[in-house]
Design a protein around this ligand. Structure first.
Ligand code: AGP
Length: 621
């Protein structure tokens, strides 16, 4: 997720753009850059790796008199392709320097486009997918049917792109025009008086205007100081847009209208999973990111270790079930803080999967180093491009959720599970334990999950109501079996870290081995039911567990697949989730538990984004 802004109007564009980037820096802070049209055929571009303040220092040094134009654009980057360096920072320009582009999203077919450009003699200066777009637009503007027409040149290129993208183009020959387009990523128009804005987020322009227009899928918008024109990628102007008035204040705007970033991030989970999966199934095969591990090396693997902490560890526990089922490889999941002290049995045939949202967690980083010392292969699953853990790993698979600001992990957790499933499928594909058509089917099931998550999110009010009702409970227990067990652990962790409430997750089969002594009258127990279409024995045994605890006075709160009527008589509260393949169910069953914990925390008056005693990244052991 990146922050993008474009402006045409009467103010100094540099001031508007930099202030907008400041308001959107939460969307990405790997680098920042601006492009200003000076009105005399010039296009001034400055960009800098790191926080926005690095760019501001650079601009101060250059002197603002170099940036006098009243049109321009800006970008704060959350790196997906290409490390967070100056050369990969947006805006990117064509060879002539007259055309610039900024981008949020992923151009999935950038590789063949890059090859086409290089074969035609174009030298690309960065490792990004984005750069192909600006060279293609420059070429379309210079030659061919759209020569000389900036907007048509942009549209002709947009029709060739695959993936998810918001792209904003500026051309020195057209100083009073900015062209932008969106597919599956945010872009909104701000309609001012003698000035127009386009941005990823209304936070970019809310201080100048509250009149906005939401764009639809595959649309192009051209802004000038007194107009905005919307068409589709073919130039047809009969398109649906949605004008609206922003009724949030600035602080709320940065949180998408929510009181906390975490609440917004819960809502972003469909996109986080979709973006993480996007581009990893090409020509019928699973492809990882910076794989750097050949199929042969994957075939040589005879054991998998997953190392991580906290929620990332729980995502690894889910991965264990999927990877063992798909690959028949033994998978051990170990807390990173325990891993190297237990003297694990590792060698070059061991694959260590290190899962970390931040990519900087000290325990996990030290586990990676220990694994490398033992000659094991290390694959990182990480949300932060260029962080230490992916840098030291042999291969990397990035989750693409954009920055996760809330300390309690939500969208990163779901994206990690999605990424872990991809790792399992890549291993199964390389080892031939799954035929190509089976891998394809599993991937299609995965690709259908974001829509199910989105559907589930629309029905969370009853969960919030129960959370408020139970917010004074002294404790809550969580039960699950199979992949529902790690979900129970994750639900308990969320409640602990957000509401400071005693909560514990158990494998339901363990109840009789001690924990059932905890059951007493009125104690809430949240149970994650497996799909009734899955292993019947798991479902029936968990039903027995529910009866046992209900008989002892527990308040049974059951998360079950829609239509699972057998559980209804034993659920004091029943929350239904969409039907899904058993192994993928954690992508759904986790969501009500996140919402529950966040609502309990709010009922208790706690700061959901910054829980006490916690940090977003634990960089000390
Ligand atoms: C999860 O809600 C917590 N914030 C915490 O457990 C976190 O998952 C853990 O510290 C690991 O962080 P990482 O993924 O950045 O390595």
């Amino acid at each position: 997720m990146c922050g993008i802004v474009g402006y045409v109007g009467h103010r100094r564009a540099l001031d508007v753009v930099v202030e907008a980037l400041r308001r959107m820096e939460y969307r990405g802070y790997d680098s920042a850059g601006i492009a200003i049209l000076d009105g005399q055929g010039g296009l001034a571009v400055e960009r800098k790796a790191g926080r926005l303040s690095n760019l501001e220092a650079e601009l101060d040094e250059i002197g603002e008199e170099h940036f006098t134009g009243t049109a321009g654009m800006g970008h704060t980057r959350w790196a997906t392709h290409g490390r967070p360096t100056d050369r990969n920072a947006h805006p990117h320009r064509d060879a002539s320097g007259k055309v610039a582009v900024v981008h949020n999203g992923i151009i999935e077919n950038f590789a063949p486009l890059r090859e086409e450009l290089e074969k035609s003699g174009v030298e690309l200066a960065s490792d990004t997918d984005t750069e192909v777009a600006v060279h293609l637009v420059a070429r379309a503007y210079e030659e061919g049917p759209t020569a000389g027409n900036f907007v048509d040149s942009a549209r002709s290129v947009l029709r060739r792109l695959e993936g998810a993208f918001t792209l904003v183009f500026a051309h020195a020959d057209h100083p009073g025009t900015i062209v932008a387009a969106r597919r599956s990523t945010p872009l909104v128009v701000g309609v001012g008086d003698g000035e127009m804005f386009i941005a990823s987020d209304v936070a970019a322009f809310i201080e100048f205007t509250r009149e906005a227009v939401e764009l639809g899928q595959d649309q192009v918008v051209v802004i000038t100081e007194d107009s905005y024109t919307v068409t589709d990628f073919d130039g047809n102007s009969e398109v649906d847009t949605r004008p609206f008035t922003i009724d949030w204040d600035l602080a709320a705007a940065e949180k998408g209208g929510h009181d906390y970033f975490m609440l917004k991030e819960i809502e972003e989970q469909p996109a986080a999973v979709a973006d993480t999966l996007r581009g990893h199934f090409v020509d019928g095969r699973i492809v990882l990111d910076e794989q750097r591990l050949s199929d042969q090396e994957l075939r040589d693997i005879d054991k998998v270790f997953v190392v991580a902490c906290g929620s990332s560890y729980h995502s690894g526990l889910v991965a264990k079930y999927a990877i063992e089922h798909w690959t028949r490889l033994p998978v051990e999941v170990e807390l990173a803080s325990e891993f190297r002290y237990r003297d694990p049995v590792l060698d070059r045939s061991t694959l260590v999967v290190a899962i970390s949202q931040s990519g900087e967690t000290a325990d996990t980083l030290e586990a990676v180093r220990h694994a490398k010392d033992q000659k094991a292969r290390v694959l990182a699953v990480c949300n932060t491009n260029g962080a230490q853990i992916p840098r030291e790993a042999d291969a990397v698979l990035y989750t693409r959720t954009g920055p996760e600001i809330g300390v309690a992990s939500t969208k990163a957790f779901l994206a990690q599970m999605a990424a872990n499933y991809l790792v399992g499928l890549a291993l199964a594909q390389a080892r031939g334990t799954k035929y190509p058509d089976e891998v394809a089917r599993e991937y299609q099931d995965l690709a259908a999950m974001p829509e199910k998550i989105a559907e589930l999110l629309t029905g969370m009010d009853p969960v919030r109501a129960l959370a408020r009702e139970l917010s004074d409970s002294p404790a809550v227990l969580f039960l699950g079996r199979h992949v529902g067990y790690p979900v129970a652990l994750e639900g308990a962790l969320k409640l602990k870290e957000l509401a400071y409430m005693h909560a514990e997750g158990f494998a339901a089969g363990e109840l009789k081995h001690g924990p059932i002594a905890l059951i007493e009258d009125g104690l809430p127990v949240i149970v994650v039911m497996p799909s009734p279409k899955g292993r019947a024995v798991l479902h029936s045994k968990l039903l027995s567990n529910i009866r046992e605890i209900q008989a002892r006075g527990a308040v049974t709160v059951v998360i079950a697949e829609e239509g699972d009527e057998t559980v209804r008589p034993f659920a004091d509260h029943l929350f239904e989730i969409p039907s899904a393949p058993s192994l993928l169910q954690p992508l759904l069953s986790t969501v009500p538990l996140q919402v529950f914990a966040a609502e309990v925390a709010q009922s208790r008056g706690y700061d959901v984004d910054k829980p006490r005693n916690l940090a977003k990244s634990v960089t000390v052991e």
